[in-house]
Design a protein around this ligand. Structure first.
Ligand SMILES: Nc1ncnc2c1ncn2[C@@H]1O[C@H](COP(=O)(O)OP(=O)(O)OP(=O)(O)O)[C@@H](O)[C@H]1O
Length: 237
C-alpha cells in the first residue's frame, strides 16, 4: 500500500522542552492508526507536531512523498490534513451552518454531504454552537474538518466526556469515514479497547517514543501485552 505519512526519527517539543524523541511511524493511504499511551507520553504533541504547532529539532515528516517538516501550519490544512482538536473548538456564537461554511474548501465534501453524513447537524443547522450537546459539538467538529476536504483526519480524544450511546454512534461514524469514504485517520484515545476497535494499526508511546507498533486487532487480542504496555486493567467504554 502506498505511503501517505511518515515520521522519520522526529524530535519535537515546546521551546527547549523535548516531548517527542526520535519518533518514527508510517501510515498507508486509507488506513487508520490508533495512538495509545499513558497520560503525558506525547500523544497530543504528536498530532500538534503533524499540524505544525510544535518546534521540530530533528528528523523529518513526509506527507505524500513531500518533506513537510517545516511547512507552515496553515498550508498543512490545504495539503489535506483535517484537524479535530480535543477541545472541539466550535465557534459558540456562530450557527451550525456558519461553523461549517466558514472553513469550506473545494472538494467532494459539501454542506449537503456533511448533513447527509450527520443528519443531526442538518436538524440543528440554525442553532448556535453553544446550544449543542457534547455529542453534537463533536459531530460539528468532525463536520468542520470534513468541510476542509481532508485526506487524513486527526482526532484527539473524540469520545472524551460523551455518554456511552453517543460514543458508539460516533465510533461507527468514524469507522464509516475510513471504510466507506476512504479517509485515513489517526485517533488519539484514552480507551484502548475503543481505539483498537476503530483502527487498522496501533502504536503505543512511552516518553515520546514508540514502544509498540502493529495491527490493532492483534494488540486487542493480547491482554497481557496491553496490560504491560498500558499498565492498567483495560476498561471498555
Ligand atoms: N503547550 C505546551 N507547552 C509546554 N509543554 C507542553 C505543552 N503541551 C504539552 N506539554 C507537555 O508535553 C508532555 C506531553 O503532553 P501531551 O499532551 O502530548 O501528552 P498526552 O499523551 O497527549 O497526554 P494526555 O493523555 O494526558 O492528554 C507533557 O509533559 C506536557 O506537560
Amino acid at each position: 500500500m502506498a505511503e501517505l505519512l511518515a515520521f522519520d526519527r522526529v524530535t519535537a517539543g515546546y521551546g527547549n522542552a523535548v516531548v517527542l524523541d526520535k519518533l518514527s511511524l508510517t501510515l498507508a493511504q486509507g488506513q487508520s492508526l490508533a495512538i495509545l499511551g499513558r497520560n503525558g507520553v506525547g500523544k497530543t504533541t504528536l498530532l500538534e507536531t503533524l499540524m505544525g504547532n510544535t518546534r521540530v529539532t530533528g528528523g523529518a515528516i513526509r506527507w505524500r512523498g513531500q518533506d513537510i517538516t517545516h511547512l507552515p501550519a496553515h498550508l498543512r490544512v490545504r495539503a489535506g490534513l483535517g484537524w479535530v482538536p480535543q477541545e472541539r473548538e466550535v465557534f459558540p456564537s456562530l450557527m451550525v451552518e456558519e461553523n461549517l461554511s466558514v472553513v469550506a474548501r473545494p472538494g467532494a465534501w459539501t454542506l449537503d454531504r456533511v448533513y447527509g453524513f450527520f443528519p443531526r447537524l442538518r436538524e440543528r443547522r440554525a442553532n448556535y454552537g453553544n446550544q449543542l450537546s457534547g455529542g453534537e459539538q463533536q459531530m460539528l467538529a468532525i463536520g468542520r474538518a470534513l468541510m476542509t476536504n481532508p485526506v487524513l483526519l486527526l482526532l484527539d480524544e473524540p469520545m472524551e466526556g460523551l455518554a456511552p450511546i453517543i460514543v458508539e454512534e460516533l465510533a461507527a461514524s468514524i469507522r464509516r469515514l475510513c471504510e466507506d469514504e476512504g479517509l485515513a485517520s489517526i485517533v488519539v484515545e484514552q480507551h484502548p479497547v475503543l481505539a483498537l476497535d476503530m483502527t487498522h494499526q496501533a502504536i503505543v508511546l512511552e516518553r515520546g517514543t514508540v514502544v509498540h507498533a502493529g495491527p490493532s486487532a492483534a494488540l486487542a487480542a493480547d491482554q497481557a501485552l496491553l496490560d504491560r504496555l498500558l499498565g492498567v486493567g483495560i476498561e471498555a467504554t
